[in-house]
Write a protein that binds this ligand. Structure first.
Ligand code: LP5
Ligand code: MN
Length: 258
């Protein structure tokens, strides 16, 4: 498993987001267009900050060669942030794990490995999409292993677009059918897996998305207080975690689209 360790003397303001699930034909549940809400959120970011996108920026991704208005619009908006010295980092989610170097370059964002650590004010922050922690969902973990097979991914990307779209639609349908039969607990993270990962990487704080259960949890690991901050999904509004400059305090924000 790959790990990136980033360490800086001066820590900028950091924003963490996940599970925006941008789509050309957005589900009708939202009161307002998520894409518009996301683009306005990007405008509100302060200059010189860092933006960490922890996966599922898109509802699904079937290849960088797919050029839709949405893909273009998002790439332009993310790229434009560079002019304000906002650095962007991307960790793959379970929906957009095929997002590749080409699109990342268009967005001027750095692709990160699935597990990452940041050193901040004497504390270590580990961040990831979060699906890796749902180890009680055996069906999903087996499915994930297949989806992450590099040869299968290469083969998939060679297929004509209409076939890739059909497969993606089929997988999405199967997934939501399966999810209806799974309990909330099974689809949540396993606390022991959280602790083991934090101990392994000597982390004090964990940030992840995927479960769509925004909250900040505090618990003990070997007598020390540990924190797990969970990002929400963007179906109902803007949701992000902000880490203030030179601080280890994580603030979770949830508000409706204005
Ligand atoms: O994202 P969410 O919340 O809906 O559910 C996830 C898990 N599901 C997934 C599947 C994705 O939604 C599908 C994404 C398609 C991406 C583009 C296609 C790229 C193809 C690349 C090929 C190399 O991630 C869900 C979890 C849930 O999170 C909570 O953690 O439970 O997991 C599942 O639903 C998996 C099922 O349990 C098992 C699925 C068996 C599917 C069998 C498919 C057979 C049809 C094949 C057609 C060719
Ligand atoms: Mn996810």
């Amino acid at each position: 498993m790959l790990l990136l360790r980033v360490s800086r003397l001066n820590n900028p303001v950091r924003y963490f987001i996940a599970d925006i699930h941008l789509a050309d034909n957005e589900p009708a549940s939202g009161y307002i267009n998520i894409t518009a809400g996301f683009l306005s959120f990007l405008d509100t970011l302060p200059d010189n900050c860092e933006l960490y996108i922890l996966g599922d920026l898109f509802d699904y991704w079937v290849g960088d060669d797919v050029k839709t208005n949405l893909h273009y619009q998002i790439a332009q908006a993310l790229q434009a942030l560079s002019k304000r010295n906002i650095r962007k980092y991307f960790v793959h989610g379970n929906r957009d794990f095929l997002l590749g170097k080409k699109y990342a370059q268009q967005c001027e964002m750095t692709l990160l490995p699935e597990i990452n650590c940041l050193s901040n004010q004497g504390k270590n922050i580990i961040f990831l999409h979060g699906d890796l922690l749902c180890i009680d969902d055996h069906q999903y973990q087996n499915f994930r292993k297949v989806m992450h097979n590099k040869w299968l991914q290469k083969l998939f990307l060679f297929l004509p677009l209409f076939i890739r779209l059909k497969i993606a639609a089929k997988l999405r349908k199967k997934s939501s059918q399966h999810n209806q039969l799974k309990s909330e607990n099974i689809m949540d993270v396993n606390q022991q897996a959280v602790i083991e990962m934090m101990v392994k990487h000597n982390a004090d704080i964990m940030v992840h998305g995927h479960t769509h259960k925004p909250a900040v949890h505090h618990f003990q690991i070997e007598g020390n207080t540990a924190t797990r901050a969970v990002l929400g999904a963007w179906h109902d509004g803007v949701t992000y975690i902000k880490q203030a400059e030179n601080s280890n305090t994580l603030e979770l924000y949830n508000h409706s689209f204005k």
